[in-house]
Design a protein. Structure first.
Lengths: 368, 295
């Protein structure tokens, strides 16, 4: 029981950090990162190869990976954060350009799916589909404690990192920079008109989010000791996105609450349940449940359990706008036209009950 | 030279498969403006339905048609319930994309639960081998290529030379105006979901016939290629989506024939990124500025 609890606390830390970072990108800045899991994965692989040692160094398992080194305690963790940030720095210049938000989402999703295929197929980078195993836990040789005690120490360490991540995200979100990001998210043209440089701001957040994601990946891999493409399928991103949306988009406390509800109870706790049916049934049912919860949340409470605070647009639903407003709209469609007026915005098919809802979300995203 | 010929041969076959999927995606995307990320899941569904029927003694060609019908109906069901309900509430493009992922998870892992996450082999005779200019095709592959070509011609003819096609294009361009002009837009949307669903099902069967293995995630892992082909052509440019699918598949297969087989998949993402950098609206899309969801 104690083992389960410690594991759950550690998973809460990993999901919490991931959700905070994704919230920074998607909630605060409107970056539609549907490939978020690859940043966690980059961090996990980086932490693995910087703690596992060289491949040829008499490693117990015959694994092939392109490079390895055995660094002391905090360095693999930092390598993970660095790798996540670097990956974001490489991908950002193209994917942070101004484009339809659903295109950005599709591009990141495509990158995520293809990246999994490449790493699975090429055995020379990170041992292909089998992945890396026997990643040592930090200080496991130096701390002379039982496994149970070690798990609790690691859980405390995870909580400290999560708290640091929370403070960083909160500070960013409350700073003038965070306010600019919200303005950018809600209307990038208006933000640009008062001198905000959208691309540079998005790059900063993208890299910061990537680094925190890398940290989360490193934290996870050093605990579970193994990492393979099966652990970072594209669908994993949508567990984290659900943490953000259910908890309350653009709200850091919401991200942590979501990580607790979705990450711990929907995504991890079922693996402790006694098996029912064939092996893998629970896993499939879990994913179906996550899909169903998405539809329920988006329908009944799109602003999440703890809605975004401090928005001036209290009449409208700020969280829903965060998902749907602003840069959904291509640049040229700015003139007032019959089809983009709030109230008839969604479609000519919209009937009376629907158009009322459209009108409430209208003012913030409607034409100026 | 031999490598080049075989690369071109593979490219034509996988281009035909990709074209089937890309045309359906492009038609539906242009019409509804919903970036339907559940499309790959429905492709897997088509493949699995065809496999199931085929293993129970139905001829593969009949099974392919039945799978297309099944996927068309499912596509209509999803489009006219979930997507329509959210669109009427005023959900915009990005919410619809998240919603389509939710649908994709439900369909994918629902099939996973039914198939026990198995990877199935298609034990299906490929027919005689035909050599042609150094390229070799099996009979099955030739049938796939021929049917893709016929469908491109039929669909383009329908869109440009029939009343229904004009109604579809008008509704896609401006739903309110089309409705004001007396077009029954809800019927047109229904026809679009059915047509794109049928193409999706056929694409899934063709994908399974060319891979010869199928699992519940086959279609979703194929989605990046469809996205690349559709975005390069532009939203709603259905015929051009088929053309860009062919070119993309040729690029992937020819580079694969000359080595770097593990990395040729990266070409799809590379093309997508370059396109979004230089011309995000695609080469032939006319609906880039559309912001409404029609579902």
């Amino acid at each position: 029981m104690s083992y389960y609890l410690a594991t759950i606390v550690i998973y809460f830390g990993v999901y919490g950090l991931g959700a905070l970072a994704l919230n920074l990108q998607i909630g605060l800045s409107g970056i539609a990162n549907f490939g978020f899991i690859i940043f966690e994965s980059a961090g996990a692989y980086a932490a693995a190869i910087t703690s596992i040692g060289p491949a040829s160094n008499g490693h117990a398992l015959s694994e092939t990976y392109f490079w390895g080194i055995n660094l002391p305690f905090p360095l693999p963790l930092l390598a993970g954060a660095l790798a996540g940030g670097l990956l974001a720095l490489i991908m950002g210049p193209v994917t942070m350009r101004k484009m339809r938000r659903d295109y950005q989402a599709a591009t990141m999703l495509a990158i995520s799916i293809i990246a999994t295929q490449v790493i699975s197929n090429d055995i020379h980078i990170f041992n292909g589909n089998a992945g890396l195993a026997a990643v040592p836990s930090p200080l496991s040789g130096h701390l002379n404690v039982s496994t149970a005690t070690y798990d609790w120490i690691y859980a405390g360490y995870a909580m400290v990192l999560t708290a640091i991540g929370y403070v960083i995200c909160k500070r960013i979100s409350m700073s003038p920079f965070g306010r600019s990001l919200r303005a950018l998210r809600d209307d990038d043209d208006a933000a640009a008109s008062i001198g905000k440089y959208a691309w540079a701001m998005k790059m900063k957040v993208f890299v910061a989010g990537g680094a925190i994601a890398g940290l989360a990946g490193a934290l996870l891999v050093q605990y579970i000791g193994a990492w393979s493409p099966a652990a970072w399928q594209y669908a994993e991103t949508f567990v984290l996105l659900q943490c953000v949306i259910l908890g309350g988009i653009a709200n850091d406390k919401g991200a942590l609450l979501g990580a607790f509800v979705v990450g711990v109870f929907l995504a991890e706790a079922p693996s402790f349940l006694p098996a029912i049916g064939y092996p893998g049934l629970i896993n499939n049912l879990q994913w179906i449940l996550i899909g169903v919860v998405y539809i329920i949340v988006l329908w009944f409470r799109p602003q999440g359990l703890i809605p975004e605070r401090g928005s001036l647009r209290l009449a409208v639903n700020p969280a829903f706008d965060a998902l749907t407003g602003g840069s959904d709209r291509p640049r040229r469609l700015r003139r007032r036209s019959a089809t983009s007026r709030p109230g008839v915005a969604s479609t000519a098919d919209a009937t009376a009950p629907g158009s009322a809802a459209v009108a409430t979300t209208g003012p913030a995203v409607g034409p100026r | 030279m031999q490598l080049l010929a075989s690369g071109i041969g593979f490219g034509i076959v996988s281009g035909a498969v990709l074209a089937l999927g890309a045309m359906g995606f492009s038609l539906q995307f242009g019409m509804t403006n919903v970036l339907n990320l559940a499309y790959g899941s429905l492709m897997s569904m088509g493949a699995l339905v065809a496999l199931l029927l085929n293993e129970n003694g139905v001829s593969i060609w009949v099974a392919a048609l039945l799978a297309a019908v099944a996927v068309a109906l499912t596509s209509l069901l999803i489009g006219s319930t979930i997507y329509r309900a959210f669109a009427r509430r005023g959900a915009r493009l990005f919410t619809m994309a998240i919603l389509s992922v939710a649908v994709s998870l439900i369909v994918d892992f629902g099939m996973g639960a039914i198939t026990r996450s198995n990877v199935y082999q298609f034990s299906f005779p490929q027919g005689a081998i035909h050599a042609f200019l150094g390229m070799t095709f099996t009979t099955t592959q030739l049938i796939i290529v021929a049917s893709a070509a016929v469908i491109v011609a039929l669909l383009e003819g329908m869109l440009h030379y029939t009343k229904l096609g004009v109604a579809i294009r008008a509704t896609a361009a401006n739903t309110a105006l089309a409705r004001a002009s007396g077009i029954r837009t809800s019927l047109v949307v229904t026809v679009t979901w059915l047509t794109s669903g049928a193409l999706c099902g056929l694409g899934g069967v063709a994908l399974a016939l060319s891979y010869l293995t199928v699992s519940f995630q086959t279609g979703t892992t194929f989605l990046p290629y469809i996205l690349a082909a559709v975005i390069v052509a532009g939203i709603g440019a259905v015929g051009y989506a088929a053309l860009s699918a062919l070119i993309l598949a040729l690029a992937i297969q020819i580079s694969g024939a000359f080595g770097a087989a593990e990395y040729n998949v990266v070409i799809a993402v590379g093309v997508l990124l370059v396109m979004l950098m230089v011309r995000p609206q695609g080469f032939f899309g006319e609906l880039w500025e559309k912001v409404q969801v029609t579902a």
